[in-house]
Ligand binder design. Sequence first.
Ligand code: SAM
Length: 265
Amino acid sequence: MQGREQRHVSPHDLGPFSPDTIYHGDALALLPLLRGGSIDLIVTDPPFAIDFRARKMNYNRTGSRVIEGYREIPAGEYGAFTSRWISEAFRVLSPTGSLYVFSGWNRLKEVLCSLDEAGFSTINHLIWKYQFGVFTRRKYVTSHYHILFAVKDPGHYTFHKVEHYPEDVWVINREYWKGKKKTPTKLPPQLVRKILSFSSSPGDLVLDPFLGSGTVAAVSQEMGRRFLGFEVVDEYYRFALQRLEEGQSLPGQGRGSTDGRTKKR
Ligand SMILES: C[S@@+](CC[C@H](N)C(=O)[O-])C[C@H]1O[C@@H](n2cnc3c(N)ncnc32)[C@H](O)[C@@H]1O
């Protein structure tokens, strides 16, 4: 487990972890070490068990610039994997804490069942509509992900109504990372900013147990939230670390490549 110390001192007791730090390691091993009730918000985009291949060529993306090593979960283990991390997520959240978890449609069942089993109340089932689904011949092009917004206590949770009429379908484009070294999947910072604006306050502690390129930590840093995160692949961990050190919520300016975690069928 490697960590990186940063500026703030937290009133939260995180057990062996420090706030504003990301760690290289397996979330299933690290989450049980985190003190119960210590986290205000979890935003995470776990592996989807779709046999995603990091360097698979995709629209407007150069495979050789994509960092190898993405850790996927075998399909047969996905239910147990999901149930384990979601029950830990429930334990580590504060009594007023919230969870946003991303899911593809094909493994959504396991996520919904695990949320119920862990004791979460699901408040919204959001749809993120993006551009650039993978071309298909005999089926519709998948161009959305599911985002489950769940809380520990439906009577007490943070929800800043920063939009007058906040609908549950979000149309947000994926970003291009032209000509840059990149991890294969990356959430648009705009999407994470929206979640943090509604469901956290400055100084809150935001956890992402499956960091990838570190978007959730980078946006938390940008918005004055504290962060904690885990990533099992050393190269991705280092990529996220560099992003945080450079204060980038938006690596690569302008237009270039897409997140490509879409399996062609
Ligand atoms: C979909 S990606 C996250 C992408 C991220 N939201 C971003 O914006 O870059 C999921 C990440 O979880 C990592 N991962 C898979 N199993 C893990 C585990 N047991 N513990 C920690 N990280 C894991 C993968 O290596 C991958 O980087």
